[in-house]
Design a protein. Structure first.
Length: 141
């Protein structure tokens, strides 16, 4: 359907362009978040090189938490929000203590969230740029 060449037609065109931009922005956010989620799960799948407790070999300080039951890795998921943004969530009572350490419990940091983000950033940019061509794939402004 052709739009009338007047103010009403122009307003409709602007609304359509804005809606399409929101859709592309949401798709870009979702694509980037899913890349990060995948990298975080990779980090949480690495075997540990620390102490052995029964059948479980723990991570050494500075390594990502070694999988035992898989509960932490299973908690990682992406949430898409109505405003077009996306969040990667990792839940559990031990998350902060693992990432930053818990000296009161004698636990040295097992960084994984920040490590995964650092590793995933280039692929996140590529995924976002593929979903929304307005986004430069290299992070350049």
């Amino acid at each position: 359907m052709a739009l009338p060449m007047n103010n009403q037609g122009l307003a409709i065109l602007i609304q359509r362009i804005e809606a399409r931009a929101r859709e592309k922005g949401a798709a870009a956010a979702a694509a980037a978040a899913l890349v990060f989620e995948a990298q975080l799960k990779i980090e949480l799948s690495q075997p540990g090189t620390g102490r052995v407790y029964g059948n479980h070999q723990a991570s050494a300080p500075g390594e990502p938490p070694a999988p035992d039951t898989g509960t932490l890795r299973a908690s990682v998921h992406t949430e898409l929000h109505p405003d077009g943004s996306a969040s990667v969530i990792e839940s559990g009572p031990q998350v902060i203590g693992l990432e930053y350490g818990a000296p009161e419990r004698g636990l040295a940091p097992r960084p994984h969230f920040r490590v995964a983000l650092r590793k995933a950033l280039p692929a996140m940019r590529q995924a976002a740029a593929k979903a929304d061509p307005r986004i430069p794939p290299t992070g350049a402004a």
